[in-house]
Design a protein around this ligand. Structure first.
Ligand code: COA
Length: 242
């Protein structure tokens, strides 16, 4: 299937590498909001234009599918919605070296990078990134647009709610609930539930920041994204479900 990768930054290159290794889809190009990238080639693959030009580009290049390679959780989810609205199928990028238990439920627009492990009976939501060498142990539930960074480890029966970010090398002990849009700092060891919208760091992890939600319609959508008139596609975003 002819596929585009949305986002040509570092994560975009990782996703291209995964799709190439998996040999599942034909990557015909990248889309990126940065006009300076248009016309360039990344690892031999052209940057075709902006996501706002998707209607024209999909006909020109016979694009049938997309995957969003943007690290920011809210933007990743918003662009996934935009691609689906324009009729593209959202595909997953799963590295052949990732080990995923048979009973795993996988959403769409999911990236599972090299060496990641997903153990028995996990649920992985839409637009999730399980980054390089991360571990998600048995019966864990990973909500929409969660990012589990490289080397982070979640023990069994952990719930990560929508938009949560688990930093590089963090450890989360069993049966913990990680609240929506919370941030777990690099290397933290989480031994208590994490409140929504809260940043925790350290060993054991302690809260250092708490964000307010001003407008539920903006939930998961970073403010700088909504303020950019070229990128207003996500204003009507629904409140994401776990
Ligand atoms: C947790 C994090 C998001 C905090 O960023 P921030 O909100 O900008 O916070 P600040 O840098 O202002 O730090 C606030 C305090 O927390 C401390 N802190 C920040 N990150 C920390 C961490 N990972 N572990 C321990 N302490 C940390 C800082 O030293 C600072 O302490 P001080 O107030 O005593 O000086 C960030 O430091 C982090 O760990 N990000 C994860 C990056 C990552 O995993 N990247 C992988 C991408 S694939």
């Amino acid at each position: 299937m002819n596929c585009v990768i949305v986002g040509c930054g570092g994560h975009g290159r990782v996703v291209l590498d995964i799709l190439t290794a998996a040999g599942q889809h034909d990557v015909v190009g990248f889309l990126d909001s940065n006009p300076d990238s248009h016309g360039r080639r990344i690892d031999g693959v052209p940057v075709l234009g902006d996501i706002n030009q998707i209607e024209r580009l999909r006909h020109e290049h016979n694009i049938e599918a997309a995957i969003i390679a943007i690290g920011e959780n809210g933007i990743r989810r918003a662009f996934a919605d935009a691609c689906e609205r324009s009729g593209l199928q959202l595909v997953n990028a799963i590295h052949p070296s990732a080990n995923i238990a048979h009973q795993t439920t996988l959403g769409r627009n999911v990236v599972i990078a090299a060496g990641a492990l997903v153990c028995a009976h996990c649920q992985i939501g839409d637009s999730v990134i399980l980054n390089t060498g991360s571990i998600v142990d048995h019966e864990s539930m990973i909500g929409t647009a969660v990012h589990i960074c490289p080397g982070a480890r979640l023990a069994g029966r952990v719930t990560a709610e929508a938009g949560a970010f688990v930093g590089i090398g963090a450890t989360v002990v069993q049966s913990i609930r990680i609240g929506y849009e919370s941030v777990i700092g690099a290397g933290a060891v989480v031994i208590n539930d994490v409140n929504p919208l809260t940043t925790v760091v350290g060993v054991p992890a302690r809260a250092i920041k708490q964000r307010e939600v001003e407008n539920w319609s903006n939930w998961l959508i970073p403010k700088h994204f909504l303020e950019n008139p070229r990128l207003k596609i996500a204003e009507d975003a629904e409140i994401p479900q776990l």
